[in-house]
Ligand binder design. Structure first.
Ligand code: GLN
Length: 446
């Protein structure tokens, strides 16, 4: 009730929720209360959370931030949703997001932009901007997010919270609406690494319904939180500290690294030579996969259908033109282009090869160091509207986050010293399935 009251009072100014599920939240809270009284509580019993509106929720609308799914109610729960419910969490509602998770500012949402809780003239980041703003404004204790190129870590950084993108395959993608299937990964956005550990413990794990989910045991993330950092080898990639990084953000990141040195860590300069290619590679691979994934929205089986179609072709064309916003249409066009005969080798195949080189850079780095650190985003939150007419400058906001998705590695963003009163995120990247270490390293700073 406390959280629902805060949402009713504060969210009109933030727009972080697309749907508030008041009735089902109160019913779940009553069940949690009974479970507590009966001494039958689960690990998250009664904890009020929110789901990014990309996760299918049975009986509650799932829009994916799009007009295409404005009235879509999924007939089933995503695995992640099911698992958190089984652990006792209470779902307050579904959070706003960039349309089909395409964006870095939450401004591509059909349901309107989300405001940054620290300053309503600024963006919260994206695409999980609703989840980030809701956690930062204390409208929920934690929230789910998804990260295809930075969409958990970048909004976490811009809103001053902790966000973890696990290893590709660590959490099930079943029931999570697909954007770029080889990059998409679900994760947690929370106030602290400790809170994120409690939630990730319940979310992670193999799911036979997702063929890319990893059949690797899930360690206890909470147990590892307080491990000593003496002797930890931290790699600083020189490519993450060069041109384009805001001077204030650089100072704040440096101060955090100094703190790790005091905690006994050893700092090593490393190089990820192919990382400058990660944005161009991503903008071939992700649109290619999205153009294929979004082909299912044709106005026939579900989603928006145009009025009075003349014939089948008219039905497809108008349903899609009306249902998708400009950024989604741009990605479908790029994706279709790079996959077409004659261009496939020049763009898609070449991008796949460079993707491997980017992953190899990390492999070499992890022979030398335990974790890699750098900024999550090049600057603090920018003004609403500032980058909407310039897609390339918007895309460059993910310059430090995208390479980890291309390699499938886990990453976390942790709040460090603010710059001019605005949050800054330190990014920590780990080797495959090293989420426990990332949460531990993040926790020691908090
Ligand atoms: N900002 C990137 C994009 O627009 C990443 C989005 C994401 O991680 N879902 O595609």
């Amino acid at each position: 009730k406390h959280y629902l009251e805060r949402i009713a009072r504060l969210d009109p100014g933030l727009n972080s929720f697309i749907t508030v599920a008041e009735e089902s939240a109160l019913a779940a809270a009553a069940r949690a209360d009974q479970a507590l009284k009966a001494g039958d509580a689960g690990p998250l019993t009664g904890i009020p959370i929110a789901h990014k509106d990309i996760f299918c929720t049975q009986g509650v609308k799932t829009t994916c931030g799009s007009r295409m799914l404005e009235n879509f109610v999924a007939p089933y729960d995503a695995t992640v949703v099911e698992k958190l419910a089984a652990a006792g969490a209470v779902v307050l509602g579904k959070t706003n997001m960039d349309e089909f998770a395409m964006g870095s500012s939450n401004e591509t949402s059909y349901y309107g932009a989300v405001k940054n809780p620290w300053n309503p003239d600024l963006v919260p980041g994206g695409s999980s901007g609703g989840s980030a703003a809701a956690v930062a404004a204390r409208l929920c204790a934690a929230a789910t997010g998804t990260d295809t190129g930075g969409s958990i870590r970048q909004p976490a950084a811009l809103c001053g919270i902790t966000g973890i993108k696990p290893t590709y395959g660590r959490c099930s993608r079943w029931g999570m609406i697909a954007f770029a299937s080889s990059l998409d990964q679900a994760g947690v956005m929370a106030r602290s690494a400790a809170d994120a550990a409690f939630v990730l413990d319940e979310m992670a794990g193999f799911d036979r319904r997702d063929s890319t989910s990893a059949d690797v045991p899930v360690p206890d993330y909470v147990d590892a939180l307080d491990n000593d950092l003496k002797g930890l080898r931290i790699g600083l990639p020189k490519e993450y500290f060069g041109e384009g990084l805001d001077a204030g953000v650089a100072r704040s990141i440096q101060a955090a690294i100094d703190e790790y040195r005091r905690l006994g860590a050893e700092i090593v300069e490393i190089s990820l030579p192919n990382s400058p290619l990660s944005v161009p590679v991503y903008y071939v691979v992700a649109p290619a996969e999205c153009s294929s994934n979004l082909a299912r929205f044709d106005g026939v089986r579900y989603g928006h259908r145009c009025a009075e179609p003349k014939d089948l072709e008219d039905l497809y064309k108008r349903s899609r033109a009306e249902g998708f916003g400009p950024e989604v249409r741009r990605r479908i066009m790029i994706g279709t282009y790079v996959l077409s005969a004659g261009y496939y080798d020049a763009y898609y195949l070449k991008a796949q090869k460079i993707r491997q080189l980017i992953a190899d850079d990390f492999k070499r780095a992890f022979e030398q160091v335990d974790v890699i650190m750098g900024p999550t985003a090049p600057a603090t939150a920018f003004p609403l509207g500032a980058k909407m007419d310039d897609p390339v400058s918007m895309y460059l906001n993910d310059i430090y986050t995208i390479a980890t998705n291309l390699a499938g590695l886990p990453g976390i963003s942790v709040p460090v010293a603010p710059v001019d009163g605005l949050p800054v995120g330190l990014q920590i990247i780990g080797n495959y399935f090293e989420e426990a270490r990332l949460l531990n390293v993040a926790h020691m700073l908090q």
